[in-house]
Design a protein around this ligand. Structure first.
Ligand code: PLP
Length: 445
């Protein structure tokens, strides 16, 4: 990484940033969570510059969104060309070619093979709403299973599935009835006291032994909605057998299996979809974050026969907007050309460098991940595994002060989700910087 790539020229926040933050606080929704005072002006690749001329290495990528890096020239060119030709037409009411092209592309890429149909929306939560409505419509069943720690969005249907942080639900009840939450595979802190080698999938047995026996008959569950790698829940990678058994359970009971790949999809894990790591073939997948490198777009991709609703039953004015679609087609091309392979390669390099952190740093309980979706869990005690959100939050601030942008996921996990363009030098800068921050925590000056 060139010497001036990361460059801090003012105290943080600088004077222009401070003035803008004051204006923001006076007028914008106070519901936003800002971890530290970064006011961004521009971005290129994995580097962003703030309004005072400070440059940072971005390990958030707009929360796993700018897969191709900030303002990738080919994405910018695709957006500019499309914006000059046609900005909006409403794919709900008319036809245009690039919308068809993107649907064909996603159908080709979808895990499991076979014919697929695609519904396009604008945000992750909309992709989930579409999946829920379609699952009810197709199966004639009304209820759902989803997982503790899961995050699926903030509109009422998606929020009803979400079981991440109670603040996200505080004051908004009642939710959509008929959603039943069950345990996710968090092997690092198995609530049944099992180590991964002794795992007998007690977390999933709860579904058959408790939920389906005491609460709801299987015949009323339309779908199981699951993140194949849990994102906001703390970047949790389940074991292969968790996914295998979940798939078998859904099949046994005629429930649809919906993979929410809004965060884990589009190359983030070093494969196009996290499902590909597990050889899984879900009935539906939902996509959003990385799909168009920052333009608002989402997709609900299903086995063709499932998408059996009729004209007028579901649509969205802006969904599949031609400019967002152009950005997406350019993004997919870049992912397939080199960026997925790069995510796998650089992700493995980072994991190699941080694997021994739990041995070297007492506050690191666990490191885990796939590709460039890596989580570092902070604990007060490596034996009791008591969560340590304060240390995690402190690392965010210490890293910011050193020119590295990272954010948390879940209660006590640091998430590393840089652009998939990340170079080895940039990865090394980030790991070196985080090690420096960890040493500050070990020996505060
Ligand atoms: N599903 C997952 C797995 C997510 O990570 C998110 C956002 O973080 C969503 C759904 C909701 O997406 P959006 O914020 O675009 O509505």
């Amino acid at each position: 990484m060139s010497m001036d790539a990361v460059r801090l020229v003012t105290p943080l926040p600088g004077p222009k940033a401070q003035a803008l933050i004051a204006r923001d606080h006076a007028v914008l929704s106070p519901s936003y969570t800002r971890g530290y005072p970064l006011v961004v002006q521009s971005g290129q690749g994995a580097i962003v510059e703030d309004v005072d001329g400070n440059r940072f290495l971005d390990f958030n990528a707009g929360i796993a969104v700018v897969a191709t890096g900030h303002c990738h020239p080919r994405v910018v060119e695709a957006i500019q060309k499309q914006a000059a030709r046609l900005i909006h037409m409403s794919g709900t009411d008319f036809y245009y070619e690039n919308m068809i092209q993107l649907a064909e592309t996603l159908a080709r890429l979808a895990p499991g093979g076979g014919a697929r149909r695609v519904y396009l929306g604008n945000s992750g939560t909309e992709a989930i709403e579409a999946a829920l409505k379609l699952a009810r419509h197709h199966t004639g069943r009304q209820q759902f299973l989803s997982f503790y720690g899961g995050f699926h969005g903030r509109t009422m249907g998606a929020l009803s599935l979400t079981a991440s942080k109670t603040i996200q639900k505080k004051g908004f009840a009642p939710f959509v009835p008929g959603v039943h939450h069950v345990s996710y595979a968090n092997c690092y802190r198995c609530e049944f006291g099992k180590t991964p080698d002794k795992c007998n999938l007690e977390c999933l047995k709860q579904i058959e032994d408790l939920v389906l026996k005491h609460i709801v008959p299987a015949s009323e569950i339309a779908a199981v909605v699951v993140e194949p790698v849990q994102g906001e829940g703390g970047y949790l990678v389940p074991p292969q057998k968790f996914i295998d058994e979940l798939q078998a359970l859904a099949q046994r009971h005629g429930m649809l299996l919906i993979f929410d790949e809004i965060q884990s999809g589009m190359g983030r894990t070093g494969r196009m979809f996290a499902a590909d790591h597990f050889g899984a073939a879900p009935d539906m997948i939902t996509l959003a974050k990385g799909i168009a490198s920052g333009l608002p777009l989402s997709a609900t991709v299903t086995r063709a026969e499932i998408m059996d609703w009729k004209p007028g039953q579901h649509a969205s004015t802006f969904g599949g907007n031609p400019v967002a679609v152009a950005a997406s087609l350019a993004t997919v091309e870049l992912l397939e050309e080199s960026l997925i392979a790069n995510a796998a390669h650089i992700g493995a390099h980072i994991m190699d460098r941080i694997r021994d952190w739990p041995r070297r740093f007492p506050m690191v309980g666990d490191v885990r991940g796939l590709g460039l979706m890596i989580g570092v869990e902070f604990v007060k005690d490596q034996v009791t595994k008591e969560r340590d959100p304060e240390s995690r939050n402190r690392i965010e601030t210490l890293a910011f002060e050193r020119g590295l942008l990272v954010l948390g996921a879940g209660q006590n996990t640091l998430r590393l989700c840089p652009p998939l363009t990340l170079t080895k030098d940039q990865a090394d800068f980030a790991v070196d910087t985080l090690e420096e921050c960890l040493k500050v925590l070990v020996q505060p000056s």
